[in-house]
Design a protein around this ligand. Structure first.
Ligand code: KIV
Length: 258
C-alpha cells in the first residue's frame, strides 16, 4: 500500500479530527496485504489467532512462538497500516517478561503491542512504552480471562464496573497507551469512555459511539460458520462460497475420464 505510514500518532490525530478508525485482524501475509490495500489503518495480529486459525478452544493456549510466527508472516506484507500484535496469555506477568516479550514481537515485525487489563498492568505498560514500543490497551471483556470468569460477559452493567472501566481507561492513557480496545462494554459506558479519555477507543461489541471499531476478519468475512457471534453479522459468506467452489472443482476433476 502506498501513502504515508500510519503510526500511533496518526490514530490519535484521527480521534482529534473526529475521523472514525476501522481496524481488523490479520494473521498472515495475504490477509495483511488485502486489508492494507483496502485502506485499513490499524491491523492487529490478535491472539484470536488461537481460535480462528489454530483451532484452540480459547486464546489462553496461544504461545509467544506462535504469535511471533504469525507476526512475521503479517509483517512480510509491509503494510502502510500500523501493525499491532497481542502479547499472549501469561507473557506479561512481570515487568521484565512484558518488556522482553514486547521486544520479541517487535523484532518479528510488530509496530505496537496490545495486552489485556487496566491498573493491574500499569507498570508493564509504562515499561513497554519506555522501551520505545507503542502500547494498545484492551479493557472490558478480556478473552484471556475467560476461564477464571466462566465465559464471555458484557462489562459495565453495574456502577462499580463502570467506575473501574473509567479509572482503567484514564490510567492506561496516562501510562502512555496510544489507544484502547473496548470489548463487550455496554454502549452507554463505551460512549462515556470515548468522550472522557484523550486516546482513541476502538470498540468490538461495544456500540456505535467508540472512536473506531475492530473485528476479527474471519468473523466479518463469514469464514467460521461454526461460531455464532452476537456482535457481528458477516458481510460475506466466504465459508459457503469456498465449499461450493471446492465441490465444483472436485466434481470437475472426478468427471474427467481417461
Ligand atoms: O485477539 C483479537 O483478535 C483481539 C480483538 C478481538 C480486539 O483482541
Amino acid at each position: 500500500m502506498t501513502g504515508t505510514k500510519v503510526t500511533a500518532d496518526t490514530l490519535r490525530a484521527m480521534k482529534a479530527r473526529g475521523e472514525k478508525i476501522a481496524a481488523l485482524t490479520a494473521y498472515d501475509f495475504p490477509m495483511t496485504r488485502l486489508l492494507d490495500e483496502a485502506g485499513i489503518p490499524l491491523i492487529l495480529v490478535g491472539d484470536s489467532l488461537g481460535m480462528v486459525v489454530l483451532g484452540y478452544p480459547d486464546t489462553t493456549h496461544v504461545t509467544m512462538a506462535e504469535m511471533e510466527h504469525h507476526v512475521r508472516a503479517a509483517a512480510r506484507g509491509k503494510p502502510r497500516a500500523l501493525l499491532a500484535a497481542d502479547l499472549p496469555y501469561h507473557s506479561y506477568e512481570s515487568i521484565e517478561d512484558a518488556v522482553a516479550n514486547a521486544k520479541r514481537l517487535a523484532a518479528a515485525g510488530a509496530e505496537a503491542v496490545k495486552a489485556e487489563g487496566g491498573r493491574e498492568i500499569l507498570q508493564q505498560v509504562r515499561a513497554i512504552v519506555a522501551s520505545g514500543i507503542p502500547f494498545l490497551g484492551h479493557l472490558g471483556m478480556l478473552p484471556q480471562r475467560v476461564i477464571e470468569e466462566g465465559g464471555y460477559h458484557v462489562k459495565g452493567k453495574s456502577g462499580p464496573e463502570q467506575q473501574a472501566l473509567l479509572a482503567d481507561a484514564h490510567a492506561l492513557a496516562a501510562a502512555g497507551a496510544f489507544a484502547v480496545v473496548l470489548e463487550l462494554v455496554t454502549p452507554r459506558v463505551a460512549k462515556e469512555l470515548t468522550q472522557q479519555v484523550p486516546i482513541p477507543t476502538i470498540g468490538i461489541g461495544a456500540g456505535p459511539d467508540c472512536d473506531g471499531q475492530i473485528l476479527v476478519s474471519p468473523d466479518l468475512l463469514g469464514m467460521l460458520p461454526w461460531f455464532n457471534l452476537k456482535h457481528v453479522k458477516p458481510k460475506l459468506n466466504a465459508a459457503e462460497q469456498m465449499r461450493a467452489v471446492v465441490q465444483e472443482w472436485k466434481q470437475s476433476v472426478e468427471g474427467v475420464r481417461r
